[in-house]
Ligand binder design. Structure first.
Ligand code: PLP
Length: 470
């Protein structure tokens, strides 16, 4: 006996029409995404109201479901896969990454335990080794495969909290934070908001932070870092989210290590500089930290969502994220859930593995060096246009640009976004409004940059016209 809906689903599996349909729509998307307007049209945005309906009382034909997504969802996507999306620090996705994720979607693996997914467990073991090698981290450094750097920061700092308290015979898992010995937190004034979020989730509180001044690139001032001790977590940054600047790890990590402090590095997109021969000087000294957070989905261009926490104290990380239960089957191989906050999660390591294998060391180096060169090009071409000032040293993939006043900057940004040739976001750099350009797509070419700079030029001319008219 089968229910009606079961019969329907067995039929869908057998004739595969819905799968072919999804594939066809996906291929059409891939064909258009590199060339289309980066941001959806107003019409596409307005049409999203089609989704405002009550949950259907009866089942809907699967082809109708897909067709709605294709007709109304697809035009309302942002073309972050293409070469002219410079918003936030977003990253595209490599073809082999999309393809392997597509394949792995059908496998639907949850690499919580080795018995749940031997392939997931194997690839996590292999990729962990590859990453330790690529970033040149200490032997024995472990990795947890999480949804992004927000989560990786949380995990790294949870490991730090566990270890610092444990050294004082305080078991955070049993005894909690009430009456626990005090943990000091030292970080630069430009720490990423997700670091602050992790600090609050961990119950450490923002008021405990000892803030350190930063220089004009947003780097923590090494000389202003207070005396460190073994109760301190020092949080550093590889890649300032605006300027792309790197803290002086060589000087700072060495000092911190001597003092016995725990160093956590937020390297969401910047840690990848370590894999590029011409840029790896930026990350000198990171090997002396204790935990690192990095994304796959930004600079490496894995599909979403993919982040990694790495930690040289495997016991601290797994104890901080500990998990027990009578039904849990611990293997002698890797059980991924001991390294992540979640028990069940998708096997995102599959695309990560595929991309690393596909590119190899040379391919990674080439791809990321190209992002750097395209960012330099963006800055250089902007500098030739009257009215634009580039605010940062372009050491990696980020360019900060502004007009002569905040008002001009805001209106240029609005014009750029409305022109839709490319997309960049706004930010505040110290006290000035700026436009932030992040080059982090494999697909970005020299022509994409020139086309985008032309759009910036048009955008600033439109401001002149507007002000002339008023
Ligand atoms: C993007 C980013 C984060 C957050 O990472 P998610 O992958 O979005 O969770 C943290 N720190 C820095 C410096 C970032 O650029």
């Amino acid at each position: 006996m089968k229910t009606d809906i079961q019969n329907q689903m067995f039929k869908e599996v057998k004739d595969k029409t819905v799968f072919y349909r999804a594939q066809q729509y996906a291929f059409e998307y891939i064909d258009e995404v590199l060339n289309r307007n980066v941001f959806p049209s107003q019409e596409a945005l307005d049409n999203l109201s089609i989704f405002d309906e009550d949950l259907p009382s009866k089942s809907t034909n699967a082809e109708v479901v897909l067709s709605q997504l294709n007709a109304y969802g697809r035009p309302a996507t942002v073309a972050t896969l293409g070469g002219r999306y410079f918003g936030f620090v977003t990253g595209s996705a490599l073809p082999v990454g999309l393809a392997s994720k597509h394949l792995a979607t059908y496998w639907d693996q949850a690499p919580a335990m080795q018995v749940l997914s031997p392939i997931g467990s194997k690839l996590e073991t292999v990729v962990e080794k590859w990453l330790v090698d690529l970033f040149n981290l200490p032997k024995g450094t472990c990795a947890g495969f999480v949804s992004g750097t927000s989560s990786a920061n949380l995990c790294g700092l949870a490991a730090a909290r566990y270890r610092i308290l444990k050294r004082q015979n305080w078991d955070i898992n049993k005894q909690g934070l009430y009456n626990a010995p005090k943990i000091r937190i030292v970080t630069g004034k430009q720490a990423h908001s997700t670091v602050l979020k992790a600090i609050s989730i961990l119950g450490l509180g923002h008021d405990t932070i000892e803030w350190v001044e930063v220089d004009n690139q947003g780097r923590i001032r090494a000389n202003d870092i207070p005396e460190l001790d073994s109760n301190t977590i020092l949080i550093l940054q590889a890649g300032n989210v605006n300027s792309g600047a790197f803290d002086d790890f060589a000087t700072i990590c060495d000092k911190a290590q001597t003092a016995g402090a725990w160093v956590h590095i937020d390297g969401a997109f910047g840690l990848w500089a370590a894999t590029v021969s011409k840029l790896k000087h930026l990350t000198n000294g990171i090997e002396n930290a204790n935990s690192w957070a990095v994304d796959g989905h930004k600079t490496l261009n894995t599909p979403y969502d993919c982040g990694i926490v790495m930690c040289n104290d495997s016991e601290a990380l797994t104890a901080a994220l500990h998990m027990a239960g009578s039904y849990i089957v611990q293997s002698t191989q890797r059980d991924g859930m001991f390294y992540t906050p979640e028990m069940s999660r998708r096997a995102r390591v599959i695309e990560l593995w595929a991309i690393l294998k596909y590119l190899g060391k040379q391919g990674i180096d080439d791809m990321i060096l190209n992002m750097h060169k395209r960012a330099k090009q963006f800055a250089a071409e902007l500098k030739t246009i009257e009215g634009f000032t580039v605010e940062n040293d372009v050491v990696f993939n980020q360019v900060i640009v502004r007009g002569d006043t905040d008002a001009i900057t805001e209106s240029v940004l609005k014009n750029v976004q409305e022109l839709r040739t490319c997309w960049a976001g706004g930010s505040v750099w110290f006290t000035t409004k700026v436009i932030r350009v992040s080059v982090c797509s494999w697909a970005t070419t020299a022509e994409d940059i020139t086309r985008s700079v032309n759009s910036f030029e048009l955008a600033i001319k439109m401001c002149d016209l507007n002000s002339a008219n008023t």
